[in-house]
Every structure is written in structure tokens, then in C-alpha cells.
Design a protein around this ligand. Structure first.
Ligand SMILES: Cc1cc2nc3c(=O)[nH]c(=O)nc-3n(C[C@H](O)[C@H](O)[C@H](O)COP(=O)(O)OP(=O)(O)OC[C@H]3O[C@@H](n4cnc5c(N)ncnc54)[C@H](O)[C@@H]3O)c2cc1C
Length: 433
């Protein structure tokens, strides 16, 4: 089949490579020309490029099974596979900067037989008589029998053929900074990301590749007076005052390799392929990656859903008894079962977390949010196996439902999920040492 893919981010490239390896003729189109001759890469329009990324086991499994040499190239580029002490081997994630993952995928795509690359802007999807027939790229027509849109979270392509976007802003913003070990010193040796809940923010340490790591503050977008945190000194002072960040901001051991980076407009969104469930947008037009859904990234979940979503598509396309309408429906049904529950879980958790960060109490007449149930595992060990499945995404978020009653009882007795560290307002006002 002649396949045109709009967008060469991680999901577009995973899709392009795997389809080309199945013997299809693939043309991938991206407006980003890639790294400059000096190796720098500004990655305009992909705000998350330099923010911390965690690649959960599902991403590792997808790469190992579908693109094994890309996985090996990643390890050769410095990526590390780590798991929590005592955790099963299959729970290991990949620790690597997103920029390294994208460079590795791009290199693989450039040498892949059957995969052609166009650097250009996709203006629109060409559809005639209810059938996708290609892309318009910088005014020129690119013919295809199957069109896959992977143009990310802000895409408007073929909007008129789809139903509305469910959701919107998740209410949180990112502020992160990347560090590396000073010459000769060891890098961040955490076996897994360290995510802590402060009085009104999350703080995260994300180990990455080649002795690098990222520190992150994720706080309500409505927070005031955070301007100083966005300065180099302000960020480093704040990081030194947050318990789980402080060891990894130590200037004697680590040096920053970026300035503090702002990540705004973070969203929880979900969208069907076409106007309604079971109605494709057009024959031979499919959407993958962030063009389907986005989740508040602080939990680092979405690629663990987006790549298996594509793997499901591949299985349908491989099946000679299925046609392109079946492929569209299969993507929707898989997303309804596997992506939408996480979208709803994030919407509920983010809403209640924003309320708590603003000083509100949990409403015990409503379902207890997942983060609170997981925090209660420290008191009630019978919840720990459920929390393990939730964190590992080896089951959907409803795996926590049986613990609702027990955690509600704990909350009624006065227990509250603990927080650590100073309040955001105090971090933002720390005096210069
Ligand atoms: C701050 C942040 C942190 C995140 N952290 C994690 C994490 O830790 N773990 C995780 O699993 N997920 C994380 N995510 C989610 C993850 O980054 C996305 O799910 C992922 O980028 C989606 O890949 P994609 O290929 O669908 O889209 P993108 O990565 O957005 O790529 C889209 C591509 O399309 C191109 N493009 C767009 N429009 C056009 C056009 N009209 N013509 C031509 N080209 C076009 C762009 O240049 C780009 O290359 C995070 C997201 C954010 C915002």
C-alpha cells in the first residue's frame, strides 16, 4: 500500500518504520528539517522536546519487538534500562532524553528501505468521495491509499471530519531544568523517577542517559508570583529547598545544561477518529499519537499507550480479512478500552489535586482519586499490589476500585495524603544565599 504519514514525532516515526518493514511504501512528511549541521536542534512546535520524558516498560516492549535495532541504537547512544530494586525485570523502563530518542528514530527512518521523507508543511488531508487520497504538502499533492495523521497535540488537520475534542487544559504548568554530572563524577543513579507531592506542586527527578537528569516543578497554572522561579538562580534555589530534588541540584556534583524551561498549555484531551464512535472520518484516514489523546505529562504515561495503539493498528492492517474501515473502528475501540479510562482518571485526579493544592478538602461523597488511593498504600499494605498495577499500567485505573471503601474509611478517620517540602510561594521567594 502507498501510505502517507503526516508528522515525524515519536509516534509518526514508529508507525512509519513499522509499516515500511511490512513492505508498504511509506512517505513521511514533517515541517521540521531535523538537527542542524552543528548537531543543534530547535524542534520548533514541539515544546516538550527538552522536558523530562520517562519511557515506561510498554515503550521498551514496543521498541524491542517491532524495532529491535532502534532499541539497540538507543542503548548505544547512552540510554539506560533501570528498574526499582526488587521489582520484576519486565517493569524496567528506558531512561533517556527525548532528544536522543527522536534523533535515533530519525536516523533509523532515514536508512529504512521503502520509507521516503519530505520536509514540508502539510496543509490539509485530501479527501474525495469519502475516501482519503493523500496530503497537500506546501501546495503540492502527495497521493496515497492510506493517510495517517500524527501531527501532535495542536493538530487541526481534517478537523472538519472529526467530532469535538473532549477535555482541555489540565490546569498544570511545567518548569524543568536539565543537568549533567560534572566531569569524572557519577550521574544520577536513581533506579526510577522520584515523584513527590508538595503542598501545592509536584516535584520530579527524572534520570536520563549519559549522566544527565532533569528536575521538574509542576504547579497549578493559576499560581501567582512564579516569575523568579523561572530564572536560573531562582530555579536552583528552589530545587535546593525541595527534599527529593535537592541532592540532584547539588552544584558541586552537577551542572545545568539548559536554562529553566517553561511548559504551558498542558492538557487532558481525548478524541475519536471520526464524528462519532463507529463512524470513520473517511475511508483510509487514521489518527495516532497526540492527535488522539493527551494526558497531563507528569505521570509520563502517554507514549505507553500511543505505541501499543499503533501496534494494534498494525495487527489489523496485517489481517487480510480486515479493510481500512475496520482499521479506523479498531483504533477507536482500542482507545475506548485502553486510553479513555486513563484520560478520565487524569481529569478526576487533576481536578481534585488542584482543589487540594488550593487548600480544599476531598469530597468524600465523590469517588476517591487514584493518587489518594495509591498514597494510602503506605498505611494499608493490602492496597500496595493494586497500586503497583496502577503505577506499572499493567491494568487500567479501575484496578484501584476495590480499595475505594478502605481509603474512604481512612479519610473519615482523619488521615490525609502526606505532602513534603515548602509551599510554592516560599520557594518563589527564597532569598539569595
Ligand atoms: C511537557 C511534556 C512532557 C511529556 N513527558 C512524557 C513522558 O515523560 N512520557 C511519555 O510517555 N509521554 C510524555 N509526554 C507525551 C509525549 O511527549 C507525546 O505523547 C508525544 O510527543 C506524541 O508524539 P506524536 O508523534 O504524536 O506528536 P509530536 O511529538 O508532537 O510530533 C508531531 C510532529 O508533527 C510535525 N507537524 C505538526 N504539524 C505539522 C504539519 N502541519 N506539517 C508537517 N509536520 C507537522 C511536528 O513537527 C512534529 O515533528 C509529554 C508531553 C509533554 C507536553
Amino acid at each position: 500500500m502507498q501510505i502517507a504519514i503526516a508528522g515525524a514525532g515519536p509516534v509518526g516515526l514508529f508507525t512509519a518504520l513499522t509499516l515500511a518493514r511490512r513492505g508498504h511504501t511509506v512517505c513521511v512528511v514533517d515541517r521540521d528539517p531535523g538537527p542542524a549541521a552543528d548537531g543543534s536542534w530547535s524542534r520548533a512546535g514541539v515544546m516538550q522536546f527538552l522536558h523530562p520524558h520517562g519511557f515506561r516498560p510498554q515503550v521498551r516492549w514496543a521498541l524491542q519487538s517491532a524495532l529491535p535495532e532502534v532499541y539497540d541504537d538507543l542503548l548505544a547512544a547512552g540510554a539506560e534500562v533501570r528498574q526499582r530494586p526488587g521489582a520484576p525485570e519486565e517493569s524496567a523502563g528506558i531512561y533517556c532524553r527525548r532528544s536522543v530518542v527522536e534523533r535515533t528514530l530519525r536516523r533509523a527512518a532515514r536508512r529504512q528501505r521503502g520509507l521516503r521523507w519530505i520536509t514540508g508543511h502539510v496543509d490539509r488531508v485530501l479527501v474525495s468521495g469519502g475516501k482519503a487520497r493523500g496530503l497537500q504538502v506546501d501546495g503540492a499533492e502527495l497521493e496515497a491509499e492510506l493517510v495517517i495523521v500524527a501531527t501532535g497535540r495542536s493538530t487541526r488537520l481534517a478537523d472538519e471530519l472529526r467530532g469535538p475534542v473532549e477535555g482541555g487544559s489540565c490546569g498544570f504548568s511545567y518548569l524543568s531544568r536539565m543537568y549533567r554530572a560534572r566531569a569524572g563524577g557519577p550521574g544520577c543513579d536513581l533506579r526510577a523517577p522520584s515523584l513527590a507531592v508538595g503542598p501545592d506542586y509536584y516535584s520530579l527527578v527524572m534520570p536520563q542517559d549519559s549522566g544527565t537528569h532533569s528536575l521538574l516543578l509542576c504547579f497549578p497554572t493559576s499560581a501567582r508570583d512564579t516569575a523568579l522561579l523561572r530564572t536560573e538562580t531562582g530555579f536552583d534555589r528552589a530545587a535546593a529547598a525541595v527534599p527529593n530534588l535537592a541532592p540532584w541540584a547539588d552544584p558541586d556534583r552537577f551542572e545545568p545544561i539548559t536554562g529553566p524551561l517553561v511548559g504551558g498549555n498542558l492538557t487532558n484531551t481525548y478524541r475519536l477518529q471520526g464524528p462519532a464512535l463507529g463512524l470513520p472520518p473517511a475511508r483510509g484516514l487514521l489518527f495516532v499519537g497526540d492527535a488522539v489523546a493527551t494526558l497531563n505529562p507528569v505521570a509520563g504515561r502517554y507514549l505507553s499507550l500511543a505505541l501499543p495503539h499503533v501496534q494494534h493498528l498494525l495487527a489489523v492492517l496485517d489481517d487480510p480479512t480486515k479493510d481500512l474501515f475496520d482499521a479506523s473502528l479498531a483504533l477507536d475501540l482500542w482507545a475506548e478500552e485502553n486510553i479513555r479510562p486513563w484520560y478520565l482518571d487524569h481529569v478526576r485526579s487533576d481536578r481534585t489535586m488542584l482543589h487540594r493544592f488550593a487548600g480544599g478538602r476531598l469530597d468524600l461523597t465523590e469517588p476517591i482519586p487514584s493518587d489518594v488511593i495509591c498514597a494510602a498504600a503506605a498505611l494499608d499494605p493490602s492496597i500496595a499490589p493494586l497500586a503497583g498495577q496502577y503505577f506499572g499500567m499493567t491494568a487500567g485505573p479501575d484496578v484501584l476500585d476495590p480499595a475505594q471503601g478502605r481509603v474512604r474509611a481512612l479519610l473519615r478517620q482523619g488521615w490525609q495524603p502526606p505532602t513534603v517540602g515548602p509551599a510554592l510561594v516560599d520557594l518563589a521567594a527564597l532569598p539569595v544565599a
